[in-house]
Unconditional design. Structure first.
Length: 339
């Protein structure tokens, strides 16, 4: 599955593509540990930076402990008139790396419940300390162990082939004194289990199955809804999709609703909630929907997947287009505190 997002700044544009696959498939096709480790040994940071190899854990076993990986290619294209000098490239890469690292760590924190079920892989070495000041050179512990992650290349993966084969974006380097046309960063995010979208097919295919033309916004919104385990309001979705403006999210939700890829309901909180349709049919029928539970203590809404909405028999001539069935009370957590 691929999804694309583009962001434009004054000096450059950023194009992002995600691709998801089983970790075993990525290991089989793109890990060349001996050859890639040879390149690492030639780097001055080898053994002198806590984010770089060799590590104090089994480097081949670490990725094998995860079932799936989401790969992210970030293509940085300089704006017209901007020349990618080494200094300019370093500033741009640092800015984008800092943004990507924050995003991946946030994803890891949100997904890693229980602990160690998700793992971020950065697009390069550590940026937190100058190389010459890394405490590893002095045999002391890392200053920021919670904020550093290995790169895929450090674990033996061929990033050049990953960029060229999976994302059709070959890595570029400057030649004959000429700067590259663009810069590509490859990050990763691994999970212990397949998420719902990987188990049920790609997001792009789900959109097509519902008669929706896949666009970057539609893919991102449906992807986010599929990852969430609870219904969300428009405001909550805005927070989850920080890079997308409110009007785009609103239009996208309307398209998804119109084609029955998602459904909406009112839970009594004063705001409409949205969730992905998880029935096997491409038509989200009323009889396939489950009830919801709204906790009046913590104001959270829960999906009660195993309890379907009761079928309502109406007089002839009436056609049901939507139905809202919300039970209110106390959730187990809140009722337990009151016991």
């Amino acid at each position: 599955m691929e999804r694309t997002m583009q962001e434009i700044t004054a000096a450059y544009s950023v194009q992002e593509q995600w691709a998801e696959m089983p970790m075993a498939e990525y290991i089989a096709g793109y890990r060349d540990f001996g050859r890639v480790r040879g390149y690492c040994r030639e780097c001055s940071r080898y053994g002198n930076c806590w984010a770089c190899p060799p590590y104090d854990f089994d480097e081949t076993a670490l990725p094998e402990g995860y079932a799936a990986i989401s790969l992210l290619a970030t293509k940085i294209v300089p704006a017209e008139g901007t020349i990618l000098t080494p200094e300019t490239a370093d500033r741009i890469i640092r800015r984008e790396r800092e943004r990507l690292d924050r995003m991946l760590l946030k994803m890891e924190r949100e997904a890693a419940v229980p602990a160690h079920t998700a793992r971020a892989f950065f697009a390069g070495t550590c940026l937190l300390c100058p190389p010459e000041h890394c405490t590893r050179r002095e045999g002391r512990p890392c200053r920021h162990p919670e904020s550093i992650r290995p790169s895929l290349e450090a674990l033996g993966f061929d990033i050049a082939r990953t960029a060229a084969d999976i994302f059709h974006t070959p890595l570029q380097w400057g030649r004959n004194g000429q700067p590259p046309e663009y810069i590509t960063l490859i990050s990763g995010f691994a999970r212990k289990e397949f998420n719902r979208t990987m188990a049920n097919g790609t997001i792009e295919q789900q959109l097509q199955d519902h008669g929706i033309h896949p666009t970057a916004a539609r893919i991102l919104v449906l992807q986010k809804l599929s990852e969430l385990t609870h219904p969300v309001s428009m405001t909550e979705l805005e927070t989850e999709l920080e890079t997308m403006d409110k009007s785009t999210i609103f239009r996208t939700l309307n398209v998804l609703l119109e084609h029955h890829a998602i459904h909406s309901f009112e839970d009594g909180s004063g705001s409409v909630k949205y969730e992905i349709c998880r029935c096997e049919s491409t038509v989200c029928r009323v009889e396939n929907r489950h009830i919801h539970f709204y906790c009046e203590e913590c104001n959270r809404t829960f999906c009660i997947d195993d309890v379907k909405i009761p079928v309502v028999e109406l007089p002839d001539g009436y056609e049901i287009e939507s139905i809202n069935y919300t039970v209110k009370g106390l959730c187990p957590e809140c009722s337990g505190r009151k016991a």
